[in-house]
Design a protein around this ligand. Structure first.
Ligand code: CO
Length: 214
């Protein structure tokens, strides 16, 4: 049974290769030459939020990092490595942090359930809740409160990106780089932008690094 599930994937892959080649015989030859994606996507691992499908991007167009609840944690070497490679080497122009309504990570963080190892990851979301507790506690509907936290977390992750030397260096060097906070609705497929930040967006001075040239 489980083998069938895997064979299904391999068959689908064969079909996809044929489809792409029928549209463009050079498709894979061109991709093999390298990538120049314009976007870095930081999204949730949730299987219902596939970055390329919902944005209509093709292989080579979007560089992707996904984790539970699309968090930007300043000690996460995995995320930071993806960020640095995307910004400093691939020179992406846009970083999109995409959260989504109905996020299991957000729901778990609001609950008092003990998820052992996952607690350490979800703790970051609990802290965002407490930071905004006056606003959130004022929302009586559970689902609406959850959705509000989804949006507040996206804003927090964008601010976390601004606090990295990677993003600040790009801005210092005059690179064209914009940060976008987006939310996806799994119930209707719609993606919308909540916030957009650039080098002029507010950030407390203590987070702004000096660079050699300063
Ligand atoms: Co999620």
């Amino acid at each position: 049974m489980s083998q069938e599930a895997i064979l299904k994937l391999l068959d689908a892959n064969k079909q996809w290769v044929e489809d792409e080649l029928s549209h463009n015989p050079e498709f894979f030859k061109e991709l093999a030459e390298g990538q120049q994606p314009e976007y870095l996507w930081i999204g949730c691992s949730d299987s219902r939020v596939p970055a390329d499908r919902i944005t209509g991007t093709k292989p080579g167009q979007i560089f992707v990092h996904r984790n539970i609840a699309n968090l930007v944690i300043h000690t996460d070497l995995n995320m930071l490595s993806v960020l640095e490679y995307a910004v400093a080497y691939l020179k992406v122009k846009h970083i999109i942090v995409c959260g989504h309504y109905g996020c299991g990570g957000i729901r778990a963080a609001i609950s008092r359930n003990n998820y052992e190892l996952l607690n350490k990851w979800l703790r970051n979301i609990k802290d965002i809740y407490i930071k905004n507790q006056d606003e959130l506690n004022g929302i009586s509907d559970t689902r609406a409160r959850e959705n509000a936290l989804v949006e507040l977390s996206i804003k927090q992750q964008i601010e976390n990106l601004m606090k990295t030397s990677v993003v600040q260096r790009a801005w210092h060097l005059g690179e064209d780089l914009t940060l976008h906070g987006m939310v996806y609705d799994v119930a209707n497929g719609r993606l919308k932008q909540l916030i957009q930040y650039d080098r002029n967006s507010p950030l407390p001075e203590i987070y702004r690094y000096y660079f050699d040239e300063d």
